[in-house]
Design a protein around this ligand. Structure first.
Ligand code: SUD
Ligand code: ADP
Length: 280
């Protein structure tokens, strides 16, 4: 059966520049896709039933973002069709790697075709935003500089790079970090172009490190790796990453990991694997 990728993302930097009246925070961030993906497959049904074959521990089926995405698309289009979804989960959950959002985006892209709906990328992005601030970039399909709450996207060329991503054993709630009193919300907005991704930082990092000291320890270990250029936390954490110029230096660092630290090495992608899916 055909399976479709839902890649992870990193936030190479993340600045919090303000807050909207509805409480959502204004951000400036750079999203980079990783060659590290969940995989989804879809079997059509003629009877409007939407269900998941592969339950995830601690996530009820109706809260699973691929089921929510399928139901939202069904509602919008009034299609009489249904679907059975199988989700092969690889991306750590609640780690700031955007796995749930990516699963939702792939579901919207693929069902748009299988249900013959023909929505445009713009329409799917608007729909995706109702599911989460991170969903639009995965439909957009290009590495991007993002503003607003993550929905104002400008594609960006990033040089080839490899990443060592570490996964501390914590589950960080995005809402909890954004609601922290200690979060600074007034980073001066940068303008494009030009800006350097290496001049940025993650404004959520210090809040997460204080609440979860293990994240600070993992960052400190990455900062000791001599070939690492950029070291930061992704999104609202707790995953942290180091950027390397090539695969070998990333794998060398991975081999030095102390006992008990978990992680993986992945290439940075030039674009999302389903970037041209709507035109194919
Ligand atoms: C922080 C980022 C950076 O890419 O990623 P993750 O760490 O989640 O991967 C995203 O902005 C997260 O996007 P996403 O995970 O889709 O968040 P959502 O479900 O929309 O929001 C969860 C909660 O976080 C808060 N929130 C989220 C985004 C934002 N710009 N401002 C906020 O204040 C809100 O309280 C919201 O209810
Ligand atoms: N398909 C899914 N994959 C992962 N998490 C999901 C999914 N559907 C719903 N969730 C919920 O969304 C939360 C955040 O997931 P995820 O997108 O992996 O992390 P993050 O927002 O930190 O990048 C999870 O803790 C889980 O409760």
């Amino acid at each position: 059966m055909q399976t479709y990728p839902a890649p992870a993302k990193l936030n190479l930097f993340l600045h919090v520049t303000g807050q909207r009246e509805d409480g959502y925070h204004l951000l400036q961030t750079v999203f980079r896709f990783l060659d590290f993906s969940d995989r989804l497959s879809f079997v059509l049904r003629e009877d409007a039933v939407v269900k998941l074959h592969t339950p995830i521990a601690d996530v009820p089926e109706e809260k699973n973002l691929c089921i929510r995405a399928a139901r939202l698309l069904q509602q919008k289009s009034n299609t009489p069709m249904g679907v059975e979804i199988s989700l092969e989960k690889h991306i750590p959950m609640g780690g700031g790697l955007g796995g749930g959002s990516s699963d939702a985006a792939t579901t919207l892209l693929v069902l748009n075709r299988l249900w013959h709906l023909n929505y445009s990328k713009k329409e799917l992005i608007e729909l995706g935003l109702q599911l989460g601030a991170d969903v639009p970039v995965f439909i957009f399909g290009e590495n991007a500089f993002a503003e607003g709450i993550g929905e104002q996207l400008t594609s960006i060329d990033l040089p080839p790079a490899w990443y060592l991503v570490l996964i501390p054993s914590v589950h960080v709630s995005t809402a909890e970090i954004f609601s922290s009193r200690e979060l600074t919300r007034n980073t001066i907005p940068i303008t494009i172009p030009p800006f350097s991704i290496w001049q940025g930082r993650n404004d959520l990092e210090s809040v997460v490190c204080r609440m979860y000291p293990v994240v600070a320890r993992y960052l400190a270990w990455l900062k000791q790796q001599k070939d690492a250029s950029l070291v930061a936390m992704s999104g609202s954490g707790g995953c942290v990453f180091a950027e390397f110029a090539n695969e070998q230096t990333a794998r060398n660092a991975f081999q030095q990991l102390p006992d008990g630290m978990r992680g993986f090495v992945a290439a940075g992608l030039a674009y999302h694997p389903l970037r041209n899916f709507l035109e194919e």
